[in-house]
Write a protein that binds this ligand. Structure first.
Ligand SMILES: C[S@@+](CC[C@H](N)C(=O)[O-])C[C@H]1O[C@@H](n2cnc3c(N)ncnc32)[C@H](O)[C@@H]1O
Length: 389
């Protein structure tokens, strides 16, 4: 018999709730009033399907999350920005995080069915797991998922707006990982827009009122994180270039400390059916690396967290108003910046050129005795347009 949850027409939200309860959703601490209301009339058993679902979860699938996405159309999920992340991307991001830290705690902001948190729980078997989710139905599914994966005891789910979260300190680093909701500014309440501006100002940044909810999530993370914490978020790539994305760029060049950007081209269909470019941004809070590893991939098969990518200088990114051309650098910028990135307007991409002004110090002393040591600023102009000289 086919699982009822494979048939979106026949699946009711109550079936999903009932299944999550049967998987042990109540074992995960942090149960909210909103979830209580949702479950008050739901029978706590789904005996026919429980076994199959458990086995699927043990094998790394997320049948509850998949069923949720089939049950509710993209249209219905749009107000909360609920687009769940393909497992290949989740695994790549967790894989990258594992190269950076062994977290004491993992936080999944906008957790949905907790596929990031469960993957992180498998990778970091000692870590505390915290999901933050505003939608009580998704939170219940996340609880069922975590419980079936055997992680109920070290997990907690808080049903709240991520921007309102407060965290107890922990004895070790925190990993922030997830897919912040993509909700356009029209749907964002004025008080949150004000929060964005005022909070950004404290970091010395300007915030645009046109910023979407994913931008708010970066700022909320800056508020919660501590030096040495690590984060990796997947989002639509628009913020690389548009004016409202400036705050994300500033945060990544400032307090959030970008280490890597992995751009996933539409050809890879990172979010099937959306034709969008996605970017996974990896950061270490308060780090100021000299270069940031940037890679573009055109297929899902090419996703590989261990590839360092082209090393693009932080100064170049800080000076750029649009980052996409800088992600199209061919070759690599070496750590001593001996080569300069120039923008080629015909190809809408950057390329590297040797620049005699940027030879390493020992050679500079003979050939360019009188030149300023601040050579990188010569080579790192303000905007791609300025690179055309
Ligand atoms: C893009 S989905 C990601 C779901 C899951 N992390 C994944 O990647 O598969 C974003 C999630 O954030 C939740 N969400 C939306 N606004 C939120 C807010 N202000 N605070 C917390 N969660 C929110 C949505 O309900 C949705 O489940």
């Amino acid at each position: 018999m086919a699982l009822a949850i494979e048939n979106p027409q026949e699946t009711r939200a109550a079936d999903l709730v009932s299944l999550a309860l049967a998987l042990g959703a109540r074992m995960v601490p942090g149960w909210s009033e909103a979830e209580e209301t949702l479950t008050s009339e739901t029978p706590e058993s789904f005996p026919l399907f429980d076994g199959d679902i458990r086995a699927a979860i043990e094998h790394g699938a997320d049948p509850l999350g998949d069923a949720y996405c089939r049950r509710f159309s993209a249209e219905e999920r749009r107000p909360t920005g609920a687009t769940y992340t393909p497992h290949t991307i989740v695994d790549t991001m967790i894989g990258w995080a594992a190269t950076q830290i062994t977290p004491h705690r993992v936080i999944d902001p906008g957790a949905g069915s907790a596929r990031f948190l469960v993957a992180a729980g498998r990778r970091f078997p000692q870590a505390e797991l915290l999901a933050v989710e505003v939608d009580p139905l998704a939170a219940i599914l996340a609880r069922g998922h975590l419980a079936a994966a055997g992680m109920a005891e070290r997990a907690r789910i808080i049903v709240t707006d991520y921007r309102q979260l407060t965290l107890p300190p922990v004895d070790g680093p925190t990993l922030f990982v997830g897919n912040p909701p993509y909700v356009r500014h029209h749907q964002i309440e004025p008080r949150w827009k004000q929060w964005l501006s005022e909070t950004a100002r404290r970091y010395g940044h300007e915030a645009s009122q046109l910023a979407g909810l994913h931008v708010h999530f970066f700022l909320a993370t800056a508020e919660l994180a501590r030096p040495g914490d690590v984060g990796v978020f997947i989002t639509a790539a628009e913020w690389l270039d548009v004016n409202y994305g400036r705050l994300v760029r500033d945060l990544l060049m400032g307090v959030l400390g970008a280490r890597t950007l992995l751009i996933i081209e539409p050809t890879a269909e990172p979010f099937p059916g959306t034709q969008s470019t996605a970017v996974s941004s990896g950061f270490e809070v308060a780090a100021k690396p000299e270069t940031i590893g940037i890679r573009r991939v055109a297929t899902m098969e090419a996703l590989d967290c261990l590839q360092p990518g082209t090393q693009v200088s932080r100064e170049l990114l800080m000076a750029g108003d649009r980052w996409t051309p800088l992600t199209r650098v061919s070759g690599g910028v070496d750590r001593r910046l001996r080569r300069v990135v120039r923008f080629d307007p015909k190809r809408d991409r950057c390329a590297l050129h040797d620049d005699k002004r940027l030879v390493p110090n020992q050679r500079r002393s003979t050939r360019h005795r009188d030149e300023s040591i601040a050579a990188p600023s010569i080579a790192l102009p303000g905007r791609p347009a300025d690179l055309r000289s």
